[in-house]
Design a protein around this ligand. Structure first.
Ligand code: ZN
Length: 378
């Protein structure tokens, strides 16, 4: 067995209604709750806020593709209230901001000094993350993505960004609209696939988690879309998303995410949808190197592929994923989300800024490759 390192991530508390357990998991004193107005408006945080009573200090101004300025505003709110812990409550955006805020409040570091990998080395405030989508897996990872200067996505990846606790409360996801359920579910499947096929840091533990994540997600995504309040399907999706998150926290994502980020930054396409749009094209590009690994994954999504040859299995994986996207009503073309042929050069050059992710891709993606893949997706 090859050498590897692995981090299991935060402790996990799982169960419908468990978001009300936050007071048991944080120290005394005011708690900064980082969320967004959409989640707040749906009342999803109300049971937790009632449990925290007058200890809750709510910052609900997190936007999609959150900016560095938003993170700094949350830090200011937390500092003014003298908070002793931070809760991130929502999709990937509030959880990512909460990680950064807990770190900046606890360490006193400057935000500009911690972009990149392992630049954050200080101590953060106690941190609990509660996902309301399944999902980004952000509750499982030491990664935060902020938008800087209007459109560029910059990552902060460092061990102190792992939360103390992740609460998996499937009841929070019952009300997710079909389009969000589908796009975030496909994002989670991409996390599992990219972790399993990553060129760097692939290891047996992340492989096992990625496979189980793909099994849970693939078997339940249609049911979660068609019957949103099915507790079994929702619980499986949330667990699958979390396991995929633990997998890619250790075995990082790659080309699909690298090409998806410019769509979020420049066209505000939701992260999950961005990934779904680029997925079949990047998998096709990667076939030269990743075919055996795609073949390994294929029967997990579709057991009828088990008896086929390796090439047919790998192609079957791509087709099974496309069928899931189609059945769940996910758009399949970049033109469906407002991208035009004139944008392809810009997107390709923006994707080249994601070297943090591109270095993990099974096959090299250069500028010309990226442009060709965007053109194929148009
Ligand atoms: Zn993702």
């Amino acid at each position: 067995m090859t050498d590897f390192r692995f981090d299991y991530g935060p402790r996990v508390l799982s169960g419908a209604g468990r978001s009300t357990s936050v007071p048991d998991l944080v120290p005394e004193g005011p708690v900064l709750v980082v969320t967004d107005t959409g989640v707040r408006g749906l009342g999803l945080a109300d049971p937790m806020l009632a449990a925290l009573a007058d200890r809750a200090v709510v910052f609900d101004a997190v936007e999609p593709d959150p900016s560095a300025a938003t993170a700094l505003a949350a830090v200011a709110a937390g500092r003014e209230a003298g908070v002793t812990s931070v809760v991130g409550f929502g999709g990937g955006s509030p959880m990512d901001v909460a990680k950064v805020v807990a770190y900046l409040l606890g360490s006193g570091d400057d935000l500009d000094a911690i972009y990149g990998v392992d630049q954050a080395k200080g101590a953060r405030l106690p941190l609990v993350l509660i996902p309301t989508t399944a999902g980004t897996g952000s509750e499982a990872t030491p990664i935060a993505i902020l938008t800087v200067g209007g459109a560029e996505k910059k990552g902060i990846v460092a061990r102190p960004l792992y939360a103390d606790w992740a609460i998996l409360d499937a009841a929070l996801t019952f009300g997710l609209p079909r389009g969000v359920t589908a796009a975030t579910g496909i994002d989670a499947m991409v996390h599992a696939i990219e972790a399993f096929t990553t060129k760097r840091l692939k290891n047996p533990l992340s492989d096992a988690l990625a496979k189980e994540a793909l099994r849970l997600l693939g078997a339940n995504i249609r049911r979660a879309c068609d019957d949103p309040a099915d507790p079994g399907a929702r619980g499986a999706m949330l667990l699958g998303s979390h396991l995929a998150g633990v997998a890619f926290a250790n075995a990082p994502v790659a080309g699909v995410h690298a090409l998806a980020y410019p769509l979020g930054g420049h066209f505000h396409v939701l992260h999950g949808l961005s990934n779904a749009l680029m997925l079949p094209h990047v998998l096709g590009h990667n076939m030269a190197a990743a075919l055996p690994l795609y073949a390994d994954l294929a029967p997990i999504l579709d057991s009828s592929l088990a008896s086929l040859g390796r090439q047919a299995q790998a192609q079957g994986l791509v087709e099974a994923l496309a069928a899931i996207a189609a059945d769940c009503g996910v758009p399949s073309r970049l033109r469906d989300v407002g991208v035009k042929a004139a944008d392809l050069d810009m997107l390709a050059s923006e994707a080249m800024k994601q070297q943090r992710l591109l270095i993990n891709n099974p096959c090299e993606i250069g500028l010309a490759d990226a442009r060709r893949l965007y053109a194929a997706a148009l």
